[in-house]
Design a protein. Structure first.
Length: 452
């Protein structure tokens, strides 16, 4: 491994930065909604099994590739594949990360706007007003673009300060703040009258709703939530030291990610049920339903409502920002290492191009823009292409690469830190990477296209 390569400075820094990548919008709006829709605790149980059986082994695999390759994701794959066609998987991961960065920033920018709107008290009003606020904002040609650029400016600022002084420092500050905010809002939500109905709903297993869709939904959520298949884990692992225990790190990150997702559910459902609102899906949950919930739940204590709303959007913003940083870093590392330019120049390339993608996605939501492809606005198109097409394909080949292609000795060395740690599950790990993970991912893909 090259000595000059940047690295994280501490174990805590590694966990915070990597958990920061994993904890994002997927945990806070997607997980609670999926749980509510798919049988409450029954879904949670299936999700936990997916994280343990598939998510953590896939994270470990990305860590192996990243630390062993000691370079950006594309070069790490190239090194491990000795230049064979397998290197394309690395390039595809970088490309997926690149495409996601632009549109993830748009939604992150919306969160930042809602932080601002909460501070200014702009979200107070009846349900029709709140809905109208979101529709007008998201379709405005300028305001969302402004917030997208603003969030890229913050991300860029952190990235150019490097791995240790930028990403690690920022994550060590932001992740604990995120946890504190989450806990405070959970407590506030639980204190609302009727909140226990929401907790019961979320934690009561309803096995009658469990079918193949639920399993596949849990699996897809697990991959997205743990940031698998987009180069983030691989890139961050290239900054791990030789002493980092890859296996325990993956388990700790998986645990943190799960805790945030569960707490998010335990925040949203009690609050929504206390005012008799059934939580909705997608962007409308965060940007329309929840402001209404906050307005109604805290109508007797407007200042508390103002504080909870502000804390909630600050939480979302931090979660989105730490994920965006990791996506940006995948591409920054790629450009500066492959083009042999400075880190700053690499970061500029990513910021400028992703701002353009973000702006186009943002503008295409406004119906008047006429910007769409295959009948989808660009935001939905990018989401579909990356999340539903590229991510499973990349994940599938990544599993085959680790399970079948790379020499066993490399896997053993990485898992045991060159013989200094014990790792007793090697055979099980390889079995999972060879058969279990690829077959499950294949099932998701075939299901998506209605084949099974
Ligand atoms: N894991 C993030 C979330 O749950 O929102 C999303 C994400 C970030 C996916 C970074 C992939 C990635 F590379």
């Amino acid at each position: 491994m090259s000595e000059e390569r940047a690295s994280f400075g501490s174990k805590l820094g590694i966990i915070m930065a990597t958990a920061g990548s994993a904890v994002g919008l997927g945990n806070i709006w997607r997980f609670p909604y999926m749980t509510g829709k798919n049988g409450g605790a029954a879904f949670i149980l299936i999700y936990i099994v997916c994280v343990i059986v598939l998510g953590i082994p896939c994270m470990i695999s990305e860590f192996i590739i990243g630390r062993h390759g000691a370079a950006n994701t594309a070069r790490a794959y190239t090194r491990l594949s000795n230049g064979t066609i397998w290197k394309l998987v690395g390039y595809l991961e970088v490309l997926t990360g690149f495409l996601i960065t632009g549109y993830y920033a748009v939604i992150s920018g919306w969160c930042l706007n809602y932080v601002y709107a909460s501070v200014m008290g702009e979200l107070n009003g009846d349900p029709a007003f709140v809905k109208n606020y979101f529709v007008e904002f998201s379709q405005d040609p300028i305001r969302p673009v402004f917030w997208t650029i603003a969030i890229f400016a913050i991300t860029h600022f952190i990235i150019i300060h490097g791995v240790r002084n930028g990403i690690e420092k920022a994550s060590k500050l932001m992740m604990p703040t995120l946890f504190v905010l989450l806990l405070v809002i959970v407590v506030a939500a639980w204190m609302l009258p009727g909140a226990s109905k929401g907790i019961d709903f979320l934690l009561k297993p309803d096995f009658s709703k469990v079918n193949s869709d639920v399993f596949l939904g849990a699996l897809g959520q697990c991959f997205y939530s743990l940031s698998i298949g987009m180069g983030c884990l691989c890139t961050y692992a290239s900054y791990f030291s030789r002493h980092t225990n890859i296996t325990t790190s993956a388990i700790q990150i998986g645990f943190v990610d799960l805790m945030v997702a569960l707490l998010a559910g335990l925040m949203i459902f009690p609050a929504a049920f206390s005012v008799g609102i059934n939580p909705d899906s997608g962007p409308s949950l965060i940007f329309i339903t929840l402001p209404n919930v906050f307005n109604q739940a805290f109508s007797g204590a407007p200042l508390l409502g103002w504080a909870v709303s502000l804390m909630f959007y600050a939480l979302l913003f931090l979660a989105a920002l730490t994920s965006l940083i990791s996506l940006h870093e995948v591409n920054t590392a790629f450009f500066y290492e492959e083009l042999h330019i400075s880190r700053k120049a690499g970061a500029w390339i990513v910021t400028v191009f992703c701002c353009i993608i973000g702006a186009l996605c943002s503008i295409s939501i406004g119906h008047k823009s006429g910007l769409s492809l295959f009948g989808l606005d660009l935001l939905d198109l990018f989401d579909f292409v990356t999340g539903q097409l590229m991510l499973p394909v990349v994940g599938f080949f990544m599993c085959l690469f680790v399970g079948w292609y790379i020499p066993k000795q490399i896997v053993i060395d990485e898992l045991t830190n060159w013989g200094t740690l014990k790792f007793s599950f090697y055979k099980l790990f390889i079995f999972v990477m060879r058969f279990v993970c690829p077959l499950c991912i294949l099932a998701i893909m075939l299901h998506q296209f209605g084949v099974i």
